[in-house]
Ligand binder design. Structure first.
Ligand SMILES: [Cu+2]
Length: 483
C-alpha cells in the first residue's frame, strides 16, 4: 500500500532547492496557500484483481484501496480532493468527530465536490485509531455509484502513546467487485449471539402480508478481494515464527457481512472500530459488518502456508482471502474450515460493569416494505422512510446529554448501524447487558434488539443510517440536530 506521507516528505526535502530559484515567490505562495498534506483524486481507473480480472471502476488516486492516510490526533490536516468524474462526489471521514461541513454527508450539509471540480478540506483528526474514508453519495439503482465503486481507503490516526506490543502492522481491506442485482433475496445469517424475538417476527410477518409480490432486489458480486487482489494473487503476507502481527481489518463492502479466519491461529482482538476494547479476547473467527473495523494481534506459531479467508466457500473461491506464508515454508496454501462461531460483542466489554444511565431513550422500530419502491425494498424507522428531498432532522439533541438509542429489528436482515461524528457505547446486545465497548458501526441481528448510548458532544447535523448501501438509499436513515 502506498504511503503518501513518505512521498510528501521527499517532496518537502526537495523544496529548498526550488527556493533558491525563487525564494520570494515561494514565500508569497505559502502565505496564500498552504500545501495540502494529502491529495485525493477521484477518477475512473482499472484495478487488476488478477490477470484475468481487470475491473473498471471509480478509484482514489487510481488505486484500490485508496492510499493509507496516516494522521496525528489533534494535528490539523489539509486534504485536497479533486473530482475527475462527471458526477458530484463526497468523501466521508468515517469514525471521526469532525464538523458537519467536512464530515462528508450531504444530509449534514457537507458541500458536494463538483464534477471536474475540487474542494480543499481541513479538520483536526480525532479520535486516535483505525478509521477510514469512503464516498457518501446515493447510489440507488446505479451500481456504478456510491460504495459499489472502489472509493474506500484506510485511515490511521496515531495515538499520543502507542501501547501495542506487536512486531508490525498489516492493513487488510476487504472488498467485492462487479456487483449485480438479483431477486433471489439475501440469505439470512445467524452468526450473531442472541435469539430472534417473536414479537419482532410478528411485526415483520404483518409487513410481509402488506407488501406481497416478488422479493425486492438484492446485490450480489462476482469478484472478491483483499487489498485489491483475489486470493492467490499479489504478494502473500510473509511472516516469521514467533512474530506478533497486528492486523487492521476493514470491511469496505457496500453491504456484505464478512468473516475471516486463519487456520491454526487465533485473533486477539485489541480494538473494535479503532477503539481499544476494555477486555482484549482471543477468537477463532472475525465477523465484520459493512464499515466495521477490527484490530487483532496474531501470534505466528503454526508454521506453514495458509489461506486467511472468508468462511463462505463461494466467496473465498472467488477471491476473498490472502495467503499467509511463513519463512522457509513450502507447499500449497492450506485452508481448514473453522467450527461455527457465534459473534459476541459483549466478550470485549467491561466485566460486571454497568454503563452510565441515559438522560433520554429514543426507540426505533425497523420495518422492511418488500419491493415497495420500484422493485427495491423500502426501509422505515418508526413507520417513516427518510426523505432525500426534504432531509428534515427528526431528533433534536441537547449538548452534553447522554442518549440511549434502542433499535428493534422487525426484519431478518442484519443491519450494520452507523452514527456519524460520534462514538457510541454498546449497552445491550442480543439480550446481554454490556459496557465499555466503543464503536461507530455495529451489527443488529435479524429480529433482534440492540441498545447503545452516545453523548451529544459534537454540535451540528448528525446522520444515522444503516451502512448497507441498498438500505440507506431506500429509507434507512435519520437525521439528528442540536437544539
Ligand atoms: Cu440495513
Amino acid at each position: 500500500m502506498t504511503v503518501d506521507r513518505r512521498f510528501l516528505l521527499k517532496a518537502a526535502a526537495a523544496l529548498p532547492v526550488a527556493g533558491l530559484v525563487s525564494g520570494v515567490t515561494r514565500a508569497a505562495n505559502a502565505l496564500v496557500e498552504e500545501k495540502a498534506d494529502y491529495t485525493l483524486r477521484i477518477a475512473t481507473g482499472l484495478i487488476e484483481l488478477s490477470p484475468e480480472h481487470v475491473v473498471s471502476t471509480t478509484l482514489y488516486n487510481g488505486q484500490f484501496p485508496g492510499p493509507l492516510v496516516r494522521l496525528t490526533e489533534g494535528k490539523r490536516v489539509i486534504v485536497d480532493v479533486y473530482n475527475d468524474t462527471d458526477t458530484p462526489e463526497l468523501v466521508h471521514w468515517h469514525g471521526q468527530m469532525i464538523p458537519s461541513g467536512v464530515d462528508g454527508a450531504a444530509e449534514e450539509g457537507t458541500p458536494f465536490i463538483a464534477p471536474r471540480g475540487m474542494r480543499r478540506i481541513s479538520f483536526v483528526p480525532k479520535p486516535a485509531g483505525f478509521r477510514f474514508y469512503h464516498t457518501h453519495v446515493v447510489a440507488g439503482g446505479d451500481l456504478n455509484r456510491g460504495t459499489y465503486t472502489g472509493q474506500a481507503g484506510p485511515v490511521y490516526i496515531e495515538p499520543a502513546d502507542n501501547a501495542g506490543a506487536y512486531d508490525r502492522e498489516v492493513f487488510l481491506v476487504l472488498k467485492e467487485f462487479l456487483p449485480f442485482f438479483s431477486r433471489g433475496g439475501d440469505m439470512a445469517m445467524d452468526m450473531l449471539v442472541g435469539a430472534p424475538l417473536k414479537e419482532l417476527r410478528d411485526i415483520g410477518k404483518k409487513a410481509e402480508e402488506q407488501f406481497k409480490g416478488p422479493k425486492g432486489y438484492e446485490v450480489g458480486y462476482d469478484l472478491f478481494s483483499i487489498n485489491g487482489k483475489m486470493l492467490g494473487q499479489g504478494e502473500p503476507i510473509r511472516v516469521k515464527e514467533g512474530e506478533r502481527v497486528l492486523f487492521h481489518v476493514l470491511n469496505a463492502s457496500a453491504g456484505e457481512i464478512r468473516s475471516l479466519a486463519l487456520p491454526g491461529h487465533t485473533f486477539r482482538i485489541v480494538a473494535l472500530d479503532g477503539n481499544p476494547v476494555p477486555t482484549p479476547a482471543s477468537v477463532p473467527v472475525l465477523w465484520l459488518g459493512t464499515a466495521e473495523r477490527i484490530s487483532a494481534i496474531v501470534e505466528m506459531n503454526e508454521p506453514g502456508v495458509w489461506v486467511m479467508g472468508d468462511l463462505a466457500d463461494d466467496d473465498r473461491g472467488h477471491g476473498m482471502g490472502i495467503i499467509v506464508e511463513y519463512a522457509g515454508a513450502k507447499g500449497k496454501p492450506r485452508w481448514v474450515k473453522p467450527k461455527p462461531y457465534k459473534w459476541d460483542y459483549t466478550l470485549f466489554g467491561k466485566p460486571n460493569a454497568a454503563p452510565a444511565s441515559p438522560d433520554q431513550t429514543i426507540e426505533m422500530l425497523i420495518v422492511k416494505q418488500n419491493g415497495a419502491e420500484g422493485g427495491f425494498n423500502r426501509w422505515t424507522l418508526n413507520g417513516q422512510a427518510f426523505s432525500m428531498d426534504t432531509m428534515t432532522p427528526k431528533y433534536m439533541l441537547q449538548e452534553g446529554r447522554r442518549y440511549r438509542l434502542k433499535f428493534r429489528n422487525a426484519s431478518d436482515d442484519i443491519h450494520p448501524l452507523h452514527l456519524h461524528r460520534h462514538s457510541f457505547e454498546l449497552v445491550r446486545v442480543g439480550g446481554k447487558p454490556t459496557a465499555g465497548v466503543i464503536k461507530d458501526a455495529v451489527m443488529l441481528g435479524g429480529y433482534q434488539e440492540i441498545e447503545f448510548d452516545f453523548v451529544a458532544d459534537n454540535p451540528g447535523l448528525t446522520l444515522f443510517h444503516c451502512h448497507q448501501q441498498l438500505h440507506m438509499d431506500f429509507g434507512f436513515m435519520a437525521l439528528f440536530d442540536y437544539a
